[in-house]
Design a protein around this ligand. Structure first.
Ligand code: CU
Length: 157
């Protein structure tokens, strides 16, 4: 009669010998290297785009210019204070007049340019005039005449 324990004992005889400690440590090391490499590639794929573009500016309002206009289309600032805009675009020069996007708001004394495929910080002294103002780009997609190229700046009291 065959019992459970005797079957297990026979299986043990046929089983491979336990791996020597040094070999298993080497295997563990190789596995660790593979894991780190996979994580590094994943991190690069996930964040590489941001690295190339430069990091966001601390405390700044991020604004993107594109063929869709300003993103976000409404920019909030505070009257009488210095506003910092972290302004960027992915667009190539061939789509832009003079190779730049612009951010123009005559009522607010704002007239800035952003070269193609770049990112820059705009530091701007916001007038002490709370209200809702128009801002536009005049160097792409029909410029000032195109509703798409207009955004809104809300100057909060
Ligand atoms: Cu533009």
């Amino acid at each position: 009669m065959t019992t459970r324990s005797s079957r297990r004992a026979r299986a043990r005889e046929g089983a491979p010998q336990p791996v020597a400690p040094t070999t298993s440590r080497l295997r563990l090391g190789a596995f660790g290297i593979v894991v780190v490499a996979v994580l590094a590639v994943g991190a690069y794929l996930a964040f590489g785009d941001f690295l190339g573009r430069g990091g966001a500016v601390l405390g700044a309002t991020e604004v993107q210019s594109s063929m869709a206009g300003f993103t976000p289309s409404v920019i909030h600032v505070t009257a009488g204070q210095t506003a910092t805009l972290d302004w960027w675009t992915d667009d190539s020069a061939m789509h832009l007049e003079d190779g730049v996007h612009t951010m123009i708001s005559p009522e607010l004394g704002l007239d800035e340019t952003l070269p193609a495929e770049s990112r820059r910080t705009v530091t701007w002294q916001v007038p002490d005039r709370p209200g809702t103002y128009d801002v536009y780009c005049d160097t792409c997609c029909g410029g000032k005449d195109s509703p798409t190229m207009h955004g809104t700046i809300i100057v909060h009291a």
